[in-house]
Design a protein around this ligand. Structure first.
Ligand SMILES: *Cc1c(COP(=O)(O)O)cnc(C)c1O
Length: 364
């Protein structure tokens, strides 16, 4: 082969469609951002104070294993800190899992409307992403299992799922796991675990403890610390061992470690956020359902609203924008052309959004 005239990315990289983040307002705009599932109540005041306290020693490298953060998580969640790995957001950990367990010729399986980061991190390794149809916007365990081949190495499962808000019960996740070969890694991405109210849900921690091929990935981003970039993962020893070998040696910065530890212990703030979310998620769902809109039942801190068609969804997006509310379009990233994802925000924002959508004239 002749030498190319410039550096060439590895196979798969240029096939990736770049991640589209939720829109933000123009700098200085007063628009309310309901497009990225951020906390409407800010961050824990204790986390803010802890973050600020790190400013005095920015010249010192952080402790590389995020020990203070792992200890706080271990204490509050009843987990041995040695089984926890922290990351620069959970995206960091998801990338590391892909890099560790996938390569050219391998396949990773996900549900059709699963998190849009999974195809990116899979293809970045040269592996193939296999998208599996869902049943009414919910992951279908039988269909996922049917898609497994001899090449399958990883199953990506966001539970609850983003952008649909739907979830699988503990029994369904266990049924999925029971159907997998022991060499296939089941990644349970419980990014919205804090917001779940369904009684038959499990974050996946028990399964991680019982099996050698299950990991649970979590984030602080949806609980008020998105800017700090903190994720964590609980995994069997052989997985943590592999991830530690390739992760950045100082992958979580010190202000983030301190803020994360304080936020973990601030049970009062976390409860306030959960209660606010549950109340306004139910309220907004009830307000919008009917009126030619269908709201999928959500266990997360957002709802997915389905309109009769793509044109109506675009009109709703424009009306909300005009009213000062930025929501998430899910056509291009997820192929749900008639949907809009709306984060649960402040009471004012929820009332404002409901008023605009309910005043739209929608023909079915
Ligand atoms: C937001 C989100 C994450 C990413 O969280 P970060 O910790 O901010 O990287 C991971 N998985 C799902 C399903 C998410 O919605």
């Amino acid at each position: 082969m002749t030498n190319p005239q410039r550096p060439v990315p590895q196979p798969g990289i240029l096939d990736i469609a770049p991640y589209l983040p939720g829109k933000s307002g123009a700098p200085g705009s007063k628009a309310v951002k309901l497009s990225a599932n951020e906390s409407p109540l800010g961050a824990s005041p204790k986390a803010i104070a802890a973050f600020a306290s790190a400013a005095e020693h920015l010249e010192i490298y952080p402790e590389g294993s995020s020990r203070i953060l792992r200890e706080a998580l271990g204490e509050v969640h009843g987990i041995d800190p040695a089984r926890i790995v922290c990351g620069n957001g959970s995206d960091d950990l998801l990338h590391l899992l892909a890099q560790t367990y996938l390569g050219e010729g391998d396949e990773a399986v996900m549900n059709r409307y699963g998190f849009s980061v999974y195809p990116i991190i899979t293809m970045a390794t040269g592996a193939k992403i296999v998208m599996v149809e869902e049943t009414d916007y919910t992951a279908d365990v039988d269909a996922l299992l049917a898609a497994v081949t001899a090449r399958t190495k990883v199953i990506w499962l966001a539970n609850p799922n983003n952008p649909t808000g739907t979830y699988l019960s503990d029994a369904e996740v266990r049924r999925l796991h029971a159907g997998l070969r022991p060499d296939i890694l089941l990644v349970i991405d419980s990014a919205y675990a804090e917001y779940v109210t369904a009684a038959d849900y499990s974050v996946g921690l028990h399964l991680v403890g019982e099996a050698e091929n299950v990991v649970m990935v979590r984030t602080f981003s949806k609980m008020g610390l998105a800017a700090a970039r903190i994720g964590w993962m609980v995994a069997p020893d052989h997985v943590t061992d592999a991830i530690h070998r390739i992760r950045g040696p100082f992958n979580v910065n010190l202000p983030a470690q301190l803020a994360g530890a304080a936020a973990t212990r601030d049970l009062e703030f976390n409860e306030k956020l959960r209660a606010h979310n549950a109340k306004w998620r139910d309220w907004l769902t009830a307000e919008l359902n009917g009126n030619a809109m269908r709201v999928l039942p959500s266990e997360a801190n957002f709802i997915l609203v389905l309109f009769p068609d793509a044109e109506t969804a675009a009109r709703a997006f424009a009306s909300l924008m005009e009213g000062g509310y930025i929501v998430r379009e899910v056509g291009q990233s997820y192929g749900i052309n008639n949907g809009l994802r709306i984060s649960i925000g402040s009471e004012d924002a929820m009332r404002g959004v409901a008023k605009i959508l309910k005043s739209m004239v929608i023909s079915q």
